[in-house]
Design a protein around this ligand. Structure first.
Ligand SMILES: Nc1nc2c(ncn2[C@@H]2O[C@H](COP(=O)(O)OP(=O)(O)OP(=O)(O)O)[C@@H](O)[C@H]2O)c(=O)[nH]1
Ligand SMILES: [Mg+2]
Length: 390
């Protein structure tokens, strides 16, 4: 499956850049492509200049609102980001039209950090414009949620997250939720944290996209995970994660595995699945998923029916309501990898928390601005009170 990736704002642009980097790896090491193109859209010239892998021409690095912001961003006001996207969205559509291999695109993937201004505001608007123009192609979004410290120190960021989540959910076919806080390494610098987080965000996508593009017969699995499986799985709120178990070098007895080693080899699949669930991009309850998908990537000799059965029952056990799709990819040497997607999640506590906090912010600012009595209705207040960016 091939995506056309469009990063909005600095966070989105950097993650799109990481997609472009990992595509080079797929191309050089596996002879396949997992994206048809990567574009970055921003109101900030410096952010666009900081990218490394997205082509540097104006069709790939698209400056919007240049006259209005003089290339300096929108300072976290996502309504301005939305307004500029409405005015300058044509530039993005032109960029898409110029993608050479556009016809091979299976779906769009738009990416933004929800707490900022440009990405947060422009992602729902651009999604809407792209959907209107290319109604036949699915459109997915990755929304990156802020670190805990940002939520505490910047009241406005919660409001941005609430409005961005609501508006994007209304137009996208599915929204991947990624919680920055889950990936933090407390002792690393911010920039190395970002580089590391972005790699970890993109890696499970890389894993999922490769098998369907594989052309070498040696690496074609018994059940290939192709675009159809992925498209059928993605709906509503989605989380993604991956886990790895290393394969130790085992002594053979007469060319056969010792029975204890055989048993632990089978368990390694569940171990990797367990790790993938622990490493999901947002804390959630797997039992809330209506659809799920997993991919097992392992050296051909390691992949057994037993292992697949165990992984499937494990996932069914924790996500009993979900329709589960799966695939295997016989590739690699020293490790067993499981990539998992939980989709159509209902009751995401984290999302509801953001909506409630955004509502509270909306009511408070109305009260502050108008000086009128405005009774806050409590956390169950109507979601229609959260402004839409569309
Ligand atoms: N994972 C990840 N998060 C990032 C990255 N860069 C910024 N963020 C997060 O994104 C949010 C801020 O959004 P930005 O993308 O910087 O803002 P912007 O869209 O450029 O908007 P303005 O700068 O306000 O015009 C914060 O929550 C950051 O923690 C990144 O490279 N990776
Ligand atoms: Mg910026």
């Amino acid at each position: 499956m091939k995506l056309l990736v469009i990063g909005c704002g600095q966070c989105g642009g950097r993650i799109a850049d990481e997609f472009a980097r990992q595509n080079i790896v797929a191309h050089n090491q596996r002879g396949i492509d997992i994206i048809t193109g990567a574009l970055a859209v921003n109101t900030d010239t410096a952010d666009l200049s900081g990218l490394s892998y997205i082509k540097p021409d104006y069709r790939h690095r698209i400056l919007i609102g240049g006259q209005r912001t003089r290339g300096h961003g929108v300072g976290k006001v996502n309504e301005i980001g939305a307004e500029i996207a409405r005015e300058d969205g044509d530039k993005v559509l032109e960029g898409i039209r110029a993608v050479e291999r556009f016809t091979e695109t299976d779906a769009f993937l738009l990416i933004a950090g929800a707490a900022g201004g440009t990405g947060s505001g422009s992602i729902p608007v651009l999604a809407q414009q792209i959907k209107e123009r290319y109604a036949e192609k699915p459109l997915y979004a990755i929304i990156v949620l802020p670190f805990r410290y940002e939520e505490i120190t910047e009241e406005r960021s919660i409001y941005n997250v609430g409005t961005c989540l609501k508006s994007t959910y209304l137009v996208a076919d599915a929204v991947f939720l990624i919680d920055n806080q889950r990936y933090v390494r407390e002792k690393s610098s911010i920039s190395s944290n970002f580089a590391n987080i972005n790699t970890r965000i993109v890696t499970p996508f890389y894993n999922l996209l490769c098998p369907g593009e594989e052309t070498n017969r040696k690496y074609i699995g018994a059940r290939v995970l192709d675009a159809g499986d992925i498209l059928q799985t993605l709906a509503g709120w989605v989380v993604i994660g991956n886990g790895t178990a290393s394969v130790p070098r085992i002594k053979m007895f007469d060319g056969k595995l010792d029975f204890r080693d055989k048993a632990s080899a089978t368990l390694r699949g569940v171990q990797a699945m367990n790790q993938a669930i622990t490493a999901l991009s947002l804390g959630c309850k797997p039992e809330d998923a209506k659809r799920a998908l997993y991919l097992l990537t392992a050296p051909p000799g390691e992949m057994t029916m037993d292992m697949i059965n165990q992984i499937s029952s494990y996932l069914k056990g924790i996500a009993p309501e979900a329709i589960i799709r799966s695939g295997d990819y016989p590739r690699g040497k020293g490790s067993i990898d499981v990539t998992v997607v939980l989709s159509e999640l209902t009751n995401s506590r984290k999302v509801m928390d953001y909506f409630n906090k955004a509502l509270r912010y909306t009511h408070l600012t109305k009260k502050r601005r108008g000086g009128i009595e405005y009774e806050y209705k409590g956390i169950e207040g109507d979601l229609s009170d959260i402004p839409s960016l569309l």
